[in-house]
Ligand binder design. Sequence first.
Ligand code: MRU
Length: 352
Amino acid sequence: MSRPATIKWNDDRVMMIDQTLLPGEVKVLEISDYKLIAEAIKSLRIRGAPAIGIAGAFGIVLGSRQFGGDNISDFKEHLEKVAAFLAATRPTAVNLEWAIRRMMEKAEKFTDAGIERMQSILLDEAEAILNEDIESCKKIGAHGAAILPESGTGLTHCNAGGLATGDYGTALGVIFSAVELNKSIKMYVDETRPLLQGARLTTWELQNQGIDTTLITDNMAGHVMAQGKIDFVIVGADRIANNGDVANKIGTYSVAVLAKYHDIPFYVAAPLSTIDFESRSGEQIPIEERAPEEVTQGFGRTTAPEGTTVYSPAFDITPHNLVSALITDEGIIYPPYGNLKDKILDSKKNKS
Ligand code: MRU
């Protein structure tokens, strides 16, 4: 099934699928105000680490066009405020701050070009971030597909598909690539409480590609592994620390522990832009906390007594010793991860 783009620029506006309405309704939002981009990121109309990076970049473009004056230092000050506003929406996915930083560095470099020229340079940069992300996903897919079995069943958590990226996906990109290579892959999908990205988005994407998909609630993962139904686990990441610790959707850590216990490979698929070399370990990664209502009102009905204290971290940290391999756009990284920055630089040197 063909569907609208997850996010794209069209005629002075940002178009994005409102993912809060999926799978019931495929509605495309048209946004021309950077504050509405921030709202869309915060309320998960667009979500997934690479996709919110792209949205942040387009947010900078919109913000640059919303400047009314003609003084370059006022323009730069305005852009700084726009960048800070967008960056404050969600703290965990490093792609958001990475994309915003890249946009601001571009703006800084072309300060002398004049406001109009800078606005167009910023649009080109945001389009480049989008296109590079799609390319990265294809590369992740190709690298990952090569290590999957000819025939087998995977389990994934949350949504790391085309909806979470520019297109195609990271963890799901690996599955799509494997199927394109005629590998016989079936998938189990954790529903992913509290916001059901697995149930609402991942099953939708996999079914649209004709992939045999079985939905389970999160607490069934151990049971299906014990029954021998799962050959590998594959998930995405919001931020990977320099030692290989992985921040991803809450519940990923539990799945990784279960996979280790059952001797099932646990793969993390992500572009290099998701690796945060500045975070020494998972302890340095900020974990977003979400509103209690997402837990207590999640199914269109009240599921806990009013006033119940709720703790709702949106992400958890999977320690690197539970990760069998990192599947990146530059290739597969196997343990020991050590210092990822050095490891990646060394492998780039060896390739050149
Ligand atoms: O809260 P979300 O839906 O933005 O969380 C998304 C995830 O945890 C994804 O697994 C991650 O961003 C990787 S997306 C390619």
